[in-house]
Design a protein around this ligand. Structure first.
Ligand SMILES: *Cc1c(COP(=O)(O)O)cnc(C)c1O
Length: 409
């Protein structure tokens, strides 16, 4: 038997053991959707999460949603009403952000390899471009001149540090992201001289960290770096986007980030900041921390079989919707995501099984030798922490399976 990750708090079952999401029985939701697999997102959990963040963080820090974590249009529209801005990473995301009513002035667009038509779309709309290189800055300036518009431009800084313990390091050393810190002052002066509306810095050092102390240290380094660069430029950055990095517990032994501790440390860091940042605004950008927990992936058991003594529950889902849960998206060692039999939620396990998907590849494993109550054909399996990097970050076209359904309740 191998352990699975912790089931997020806040989920409970109906009297007969059926998992509830947003107060609805997941079996009923799957019937209403007409098919499985299905992602169900709980809007009340999204609201609660944003409220938790706001209660923990200093009031002067704004909250941006990094929409690549989950761009499902109804969820995006819902998040637009909760957060202060969206961070997008492609022309397609920019269009979706504008389409759900987020004002362009609250949208920033980062990401290496922005094409001219994407730069043009952002400048025309009035969104902020987080520039990833001097070459991109040149292209943005010439496109803006051609359009006769004043572009909103921020510079993404490749910091000289990374976020310790983070699942994905996005700063420190040679990186395709951002402009090396040493080259930032010259570039920013050029933007200002060219007449651009310089919006400030974007400094993103890493992702999926659970250690509040490491996050707080990185934020202190980030604020110090912004002050140093602002001092060298001689201008106060209007906005300092501190990045994010707050992760969620996916695996056995993972503990949630202590958001209150992060907020207290950030308040102290900001209170002691260099005077050049006195009038700067600050933002954090979060993806998974805001949306992962609110999502459950439901997949139905199609077959139950035994091979060489090992019991397999074969489902209609798989890595084509849950690449991360299968262990094939940025993980070195495969470990089990939180998983349950949806109709026997909270029931004591009685057997050890492997839950696999319907794809013809040994990579397609959703639960490896997990202890579950006995389940059979027709029963629903629930995978938790499915609200981020699920539907949109998995190869839905692989083997002709197609996308899963999605539903916001
Ligand atoms: C992916 C990404 C995020 C979101 O990361 P999470 O781990 O989902 O919070 C934020 N900012 C940038 C620049 C990103 O690339």
């Amino acid at each position: 038997m191998k352990p699975h990750g912790p089931i997020p708090p806040g989920f409970r079952a109906d009297a007969d053991g059926m998992l509830l999401v947003g107060g609805d029985r997941v079996g009923t939701l799957a019937d209403a959707a007409g098919d499985t697999p299905l992602f169900v997102y709980d809007s009340a959990m999204l609201t609660a999460r944003v409220a938790e963040w706001r209660a923990a963080m200093p009031a002067e820090v704004q909250l941006h949603y990094a929409m690549k974590a989950n761009p499902y249009p109804p969820l995006l529209a819902y998040m637009a009403g909760l957060v202060d801005g969206f961070d997008v990473a492609s022309g397609g995301e920019l269009k979706a952000a504008l389409g759900c009513g987020m004002a362009a002035e609250h949208i920033s667009f980062a990401g290496p390899g922005k094409r001219d038509r994407e730069l043009e779309a952002a400048i025309s709309a009035g969104a902020t471009l987080n520039l990833e290189s001097a070459g991109e800055a040149d292209r943005a300036l010439s496109i803006a001149a051609h359009l006769g518009l004043t572009p909103r431009l921020a510079v993404r800084v490749n910091p000289d540090f990374d976020l310790k313990g983070s699942g994905m390091k996005m700063g420190g050393g040679a990186k395709p992201f951002g402009v090396d810190a040493a080259e930032v002052p010259t570039l920013v002066r050029r933007l200002i001289d060219a007449g651009a509306d310089w919006r400030g810095f974007h400094i993103f050092a890493g992702s999926q960290a659970l250690d509040a102390v490491a996050i707080a240290e990185t934020q202190a380094q980030t604020v110090a770096l912004a002050a140093r660069l602002g001092g060298e430029i001689g201008v106060t950055p209007p906005l300092v986007n501190l990045g994010g990095g707050m992760g969620v517990p996916y695996f056995p032994g993972d503990k949630p980030v202590d958001a209150v501790a992060v907020g207290e440390a950030l308040a102290a860091t900001l209170a002691a900041r260099d005077p050049i940042l006195a009038d700067s605004r600050f933002a954090m950008e979060l993806g998974r921390w805001l949306v992962a927990e609110a999502g459950v992936y439901l997949t139905r058991i199609v077959d139950r079989k035994i091979s060489h003594g090992e019991t397999f529950l074969v489902t209609d889902g798989g890595l084509h919707h849950q690449l991360a849960a299968s262990g094939n998206f940025g993980t070195v060692i495969r470990r089990n995501y939180p998983i349950a039999v949806a109709g026997q939620f909270g029931v004591e396990p009685t057997e050890t099984v492997s839950v696999v998907g319907c794809l013809c590849t040994p990579l397609d494993r959703l639960g490896d030798q997990v202890a579950l109550p006995r389940a059979g054909v027709g029963d629903l399996i629930a995978i938790f922490q499915a609200g981020a990097y699920g539907a949109s970050a998995s190869p839905a076209a692989f083997l002709g399976q197609g996308p899963a359904g999605e539903m916001l309740v």
